[in-house]
Design a protein around this ligand. Structure first.
Ligand SMILES: [Zn+2]
Length: 115
């Protein structure tokens, strides 16, 4: 998660910086038209939709949030920004688990598509 937060991760938005001659190098491998940045992966990319839904549900249950509470990028990646200290402490491992699951799925799909 620290890697995701400080941007030194393996997402295309970062790795694409080093291949400036490849116009699509920074795009999501599935969504093509969209840059693969942290926000896309955590909030929007359909590849991780059910991981996201499960993490949000776990977050709502664990932190006793209203079922209709809207959850942002920060709830999963930097909960201390949007939640009080005690809730953020409960939320952090859920976000960490989500990010790990996302990166594992991404790595598996990339491996699948390259081999
Ligand atoms: Zn995508």
């Amino acid at each position: 998660m620290a890697r995701l937060r400080c941007g030194t991760h393996e997402l295309a938005i970062e790795t694409g910086r080093w291949t400036p001659n490849v116009p699509d190098a920074r795009k999501c491998f599935r969504c093509h038209e969209i840059d693969e940045d942290e926000k896309h992966v955590v909030c929007d990319c359909p590849v991780y939709a059910e991981l996201r839904v499960a993490a949000h549900e776990q977050l709502r249950n664990t932190c006793r949030l209203a079922p209709t509470a809207s959850l942002s990028f920060y709830h999963l990646v930097a909960p201390q920004i949007v939640m009080d200290k005690e809730l953020a402490k409960l939320a952090r491992p859920i976000g960490l688990q989500f990010v790990r699951a996302v990166l594992a799925r991404r790595a598996a799909l990339l491996k699948e598509s390259s081999g």
